[in-house]
Design a protein around this ligand. Structure first.
Ligand code: NAD
Length: 295
């Protein structure tokens, strides 16, 4: 944290307004955290349902805070009114920073980032919450790669302290400093890392999930694996449940990126449990069924 504060001190641009692209598990959480910490956030999606759900989830977290006496009713109203849900691209044009959090697909992210770069001001910062895709690769579509970096939050955003700030080949020091300062403003613990598929944490996580999927392919019961990892090994949750929390579609996309990036460590496997569940549109908690079924 000391190192991050030093970084942040050198920031010449202060982030006072933000926009999040994608109102899903992550985008919704990032918009909420930003508003909570006093940085109003525009939350943009292509689906009205996603925006409604994003607002509902923010409301739920705040309501719990009110019930526990940790948040006042006034604060709850203030936070909710500092999130602006929208379907319009133009609504993001005046913000200081954009955090892209759409589907983990390099082509989709590439075109979404290029489009938004054409809307925001020249000195605004653009970031991606990608879990695995190289920042240098994503920057190839951009006119101002020096103003672009990774800003990788973890799920659930309001609880997880870590944010990876990923420096692409052309990211400027100024951009890194401003994004570190914004992460600190959000009450997070930023770490600045170099670019490669999976960055820091997901180079550990996805080989682990691939190992788990391989065991399921061998016919080992996933419930048993979860039980051992959680109850006996002491992790907060096992790999099947974790995949449902992350989102099976996201986990599947990430596995492909990681297998392509590190072929000697992981292989693409179309018949793996995660790939099969994704094909069957069992996306985990977000649509009520994945490895498990949710009520
Ligand atoms: P999600 O499926 O919950 O949400 C994605 C949202 O993006 C959807 O609401 C969708 O409608 C919207 N969207 C799609 N195209 C869009 C566009 N062109 N403009 C605006 N919105 C668009 O996914 P998620 O889990 O929130 O993941 C989003 C990103 O965050 C991915 O890159 C993922 O890898 C990353 N991430 C996910 C996790 C996790 O645990 N789920 C953790 C860290 C990072």
């Amino acid at each position: 944290k000391g190192k991050s504060k030093k970084y942040a001190k050198s920031a010449s641009k202060e982030i006072n307004t933000a926009a999040v692209l994608g109102a899903g598990i992550m985008g919704g959480g990032i918009a909420y955290q930003s508003a909570l910490k006093g940085v109003p956030a525009v939350m943009k999606d292509i689906k009205q349902d996603a925006l409604d759900l994003g607002m509902k989830e923010a409301g739920k977290i705040l309501k719990k805070g009110v019930e526990r006496g940790k948040v006042s009713s006034e604060k709850m109203i203030k936070v909710l009114s500092s999130i602006t849900p929208t379907l319009l691209n133009d609504a993001v044009k005046d913000v200081d920073i954009v955090v892209e959090a759409v589907v983990e697909n390099p082509k989709v992210k590439g075109s979404v980032l290029a489009e938004v770069e054409g809307v925001i001001s020249d000195d605004a910062i653009l970031t991606s919450n990608t879990s695995t895709i190289s920042i240098t690769e994503l920057a190839k579509n951009l006119k101002r790669p020096e103003k672009f970096c990774g800003m990788h939050f973890f799920n659930p955003v309001h609880k997880m302290p870590l944010v990876e700030i990923i420096r692409g080949e052309k990211t400027s020091d100024e951009t890194v400093a401003a994004v570190v300062a914004y992460a600190l403003k959000l009450g997070k613990t930023p770490i600045v890392v170099n670019d490669c598929p999976g960055f820091y944490v997901n180079r550990v996580l996805f080989p682990y999930l691939a190992g788990f999927a391989g065991m399921v392919d061998e016919g080992i019961d996933f419930v048993g694996i979860d039980k051992v990892m959680e109850k006996m090994f002491g992790w907060p949750m096992g790999p099947a449940y974790l995949s449902d929390v992350v989102g099976i579609d996201t986990a599947d996309h990430c596995t492909v990126v990681m297998a392509d990036g590190f072929p000697s460590r992981m292989a693409r496997n179309e018949s793996s449990a995660i790939a099969q569940l994704a094909k069957a549109e069992r996306y985990g908690q977000k649509n009520g069924k994945g490895f498990y079924v949710y009520g």
